[in-house]
Design a protein around this ligand. Structure first.
Ligand SMILES: [Zn+2]
Length: 227
C-alpha cells in the first residue's frame, strides 16, 4: 500500500481554489482539477484514479476502474494500480488497507457520515472482499475547538451513535456544542479492530489546508491510496 495526503500547495488552480484543488464540484476550472488530480495520482505512482463523490451518507461502492464513485462516501477495491481518492475540507478523509489480503479503501466522513455509519459500512465491505487485518490513516480535519455545531447536529448524532461514543465526540461548553469527528472516526475504526493513526492537523487553523468552515468557497484536499 502507498498513500499520500495532499494540501493546498503544488497545484495549478487560482484563488479561491489555489492551488491543488481536487474537487470538480466547487466551481473550479475543470482542466485545472484534472491537472491537479494527475499530480495527486503521481504522488502515489498511480496512472488510474477513482474519486469519491462525497454525499454525507453511508453508501460504499466497489471500484473496478477509474472514474467517479458517484453517490458514495466509501470506495473499496482489490485492483492493483487503481488509486482511490477521498476529498475533504474539514471532514475526515480516511484511507484503509489490508496489504496482505490486497484490499484498500478510501472514505469521507463528516458528522453526518459518523452518525450514518460510513466507517462501519466501509470496513464491512473490505471484509466482504477478504480483508482481515486492516490499518487506517485519517487525514487532516477540523478540530473540536474550531467546530461549534447546532443542537440539530447533536440530536442527529444521538440517534446514530451509542452513548459512550457520543460522549467522546460531542462536548458542551456553556450553551455551545462542539464535535470532534476525528475522535469518532478513530473510535469506530478501533471498535472493528482496525489499527488507526491520524494526521493531527486542523484544517480551520492551518492555512496550508482547505477549510469550508473558514473560507466557504474553497477547494478540497484529499487522502489517496493505491496498491
Ligand atoms: Zn482547530
Amino acid at each position: 500500500m502507498t498513500w499520500a495526503a495532499t494540501g493546498r500547495s503544488g497545484g495549478v488552480s487560482e484563488a479561491p481554489w489555489s492551488s491543488l484543488n481536487l474537487s470538480a464540484t466547487v466551481g473550479d476550472d475543470p482542466e485545472h482539477v484534472q491537472a491537479n488530480r494527475r499530480t495527486a495520482a503521481a504522488l502515489v505512482g498511480a496512472a488510474h484514479l477513482c474519486v469519491l463523490d462525497a454525499r454525507h451518507g453511508a453508501t460504499v461502492q466497489v471500484a473496478t476502474g477509474a472514474g467517479i464513485a458517484a453517490g458514495a462516501d466509501g470506495v473499496v477495491t482489490r485492483e492493483h494500480g487503481l488509486a482511490l481518492l477521498a476529498l475533504a475540507a474539514d471532514c475526515v478523509p480516511v484511507v484503509l488497507a489490508d496489504p496482505d489480503a490486497g484490499v484498500i479503501a478510501a472514505a469521507h466522513c463528516g458528522w453526518r457520515g459518523l452518525g450514518a455509519g460510513i466507517i462501519d459500512a466501509t470496513v464491512r465491505q473490505m471484509r466482504a472482499l477478504g480483508a482481515t487485518d486492516i490499518i487506517a490513516i485519517s487525514g487532516p480535519a477540523i478540530c473540536a475547538a474550531c467546530y461549534p455545531v447546532g443542537q440539530d447536529c447533536i440530536d442527529e448524532l444521538r440517534a446514530g451513535l451509542p452513548p459512550q461514543v457520543l460522549a467522546r465526540v460531542a462536548r458542551r461548553t456553556g450553551d455551545q456544542w462542539r464535535v470532534d469527528v476525528r475522535a469518532g472516526v478513530h473510535l469506530q475504526l478501533q471498535a472493528h479492530g482496525v489499527q488507526v493513526r491520524g494526521i493531527a492537523r486542523c484544517t480551520f487553523e492551518d492555512a496550508g489546508l482547505f477549510s469550508y468552515r473558514r473560507d466557504a468557497v474553497t477547494g478540497r484536499h484529499g487522502m489517496i491510496v493505491v496498491q
